[in-house]
Design a binder for this molecule. Structure first.
Ligand SMILES: CC(C)(COP(=O)(O)OP(=O)(O)OC[C@H]1O[C@@H](n2cnc3c(N)ncnc32)[C@H](O)[C@@H]1OP(=O)(O)O)[C@@H](O)C(=O)NCCC(=O)NCCS
Length: 178
């Protein structure tokens, strides 16, 4: 899967979102761990990055370096988490984060998921993309699988954001569509 998304209004450049390959793993881990060191997300070992590589989308620069990444990780039949969304600091506000997020949303739709969630300190970023805040306690318990690894556990101060993927006009289960 490869998606070309519109860049931010300030930029005319296109953003190419592609699925990660093994060549991207070190770049993904570098980016995620850079922001993890600043308390913005959970760190990832290189091993975890390889194990979850098929969850990842990336944007590369002209030299092939990973400058943005994000992962869609299925949690249950009806829910997936957008994780490890990270953009290199020098590339911010060019639409890369939005493009990765949209690719994950599109992937969620293709997979038939009802919704996605993310835990974040940047609720405004997600709201601009149509997500809404939710009570973390409404998320499936499986969500907390990784929390014991977080230095802030159990005092989580991240904000839960969700997006529904089933259109309200969708036919009910079993309904025949002419
Ligand atoms: C959040 C992040 C992924 C956004 O990446 P990005 O490529 O700069 O995002 P985009 O260019 O698509 O969109 C940026 C826009 O969102 C806005 N935005 C970002 N954070 C925001 C917030 N908290 N509230 C409101 N708007 C916000 C920016 O102002 C920017 O608007 P502009 O283009 O008009 O200046 C990036 O800042 C990042 O990597 N942050 C560190 C890691 C992180 O916090 N990841 C999210 C964890 S879920």
């Amino acid at each position: 899967m490869s998606m070309t998304a519109a860049a931010s209004p300030q930029s005319t450049a296109e953003v190419h979102v592609v699925r990660a390959t093994v060549q991207d793993a070190e770049g993904i881990a570098r980016l995620v761990n850079y922001w993890a060191a600043q308390g913005q997300m959970l760190p990832r070992t290189l091993g975890e990055t390889y194990e979850n590589l098929r969850d990842f989308f990336v944007v590369r620069d002209d030299a092939g370096k990973v400058v943005a990444c994000g992962a869609l990780h299925i949690v249950w039949a009806d829910m997936a988490e957008l994780k490890s969304l990270a953009v290199e600091e020098s590339q911010h506000s060019r639409g890369l984060g939005a493009a990765i997020t949209r690719a994950c949303v599109e992937e969620g739709r293709t997979l038939g998921l009802n919704g996605l969630f993310a835990l974040t300190y940047r609720p405004g970023f997600f709201e601009r993309l149509g997500w809404r805040q939710a009570d973390v306690m409404t998320l499936p318990r499986k969500v907390w699988n990784e929390c014991y690894r977080c230095p802030k556990f159990p005092g989580c101060d991240e904000i839960a954001m969700v997006i529904d993927l089933v259109p309200s006009e969708a036919p009910a289960a079993g309904e025949v569509v002419a």
